[in-house]
Design a binder for this molecule. Structure first.
Ligand code: ZN
Length: 207
């Protein structure tokens, strides 16, 4: 049976490198977390949030699923959102999609994939809502890129309309919700300029 030797070896190296730079890092880290960001991203292996932002353990509270979906009926993502906003009191919620997203592409191609079709239903709704705009793009690649961006917009709106975010804003909590997209081909994050820092700004987000 495989024992994953490479993972344990690399983990030991990683911990030693951090301890060399900051001897108390892990002891301090074990005392508690107060991250400033909640990151909601895709489960795709090529989009690792802590690495691509050069942040450290303790900086990001993270939720990842296929195609970075925030659905009001998904108790998992809603629990993460509530804990991050109401308990950890993060200042920023980042919804980060990425071009070349397999989940968005599967929703676009409308194939029959089994259980995952239930998950993709929310993304298919995004397509139906924005079909005209997506189909206006000149090539398949551009259509999928626009669909990825519009999926981020939909998830920013879902996040802004969640009762936990609305309540935080009503209580005067400093909280921003941002929509970003990561480009696999360049390694760069792009700001989609669809952020909201209040219920009023959220209501103004273009649908
Ligand atoms: Zn993806």
């Amino acid at each position: 049976m495989s024992k994953l030797p490479e993972l344990f070896d690399q983990n030991k190296q990683w911990a030693e490198e951090i301890k060399k730079r900051q001897p108390d890092f892990f002891e301090d880290s074990a005392k508690g977390q107060s991250p400033n960001y909640l990151w909601i991203g895709c489960a795709d292996s090529r989009v690792p949030p802590t690495q691509l932002t050069k942040l450290s353990p303790g900086d990001l509270f993270v939720h990842r699923n296929i195609a970075n979906v925030i659905s009001h009926s998904d108790i998992n993502s809603q629990s993460v959102l509530q804990y991050a906003v109401s308990v950890l009191k993060v200042n920023h919620v980042v919804i980060c999609g990425h071009y070349g997203c397999g989940g968005v592409q599967a929703a676009y191609e409308d194939q029959n994939l089994g259980l995952i079709d239930n998950w993709l239903a929310d993304i298919k709704d995004v397509y139906r809502k924005h079909k005209n705009e997506i189909e206006k793009s000149p090539s398949e690649e551009e259509k999928l890129k626009r669909f990825c961006e519009l999926n981020v917009l939909a998830q920013v709106q879902n996040t802004c309309h969640s009762p936990f975010v609305q309540q935080a804003w009503a209580e005067g909590q400093e909280l921003s919700v941002h929509g970003l997209i990561y480009d696999l081909k360049t390694g760069l994050l792009n700001d989609l300029d669809i952020s909201a820092t209040s219920a009023e700004e959220a209501a103004d987000l273009q649908s």
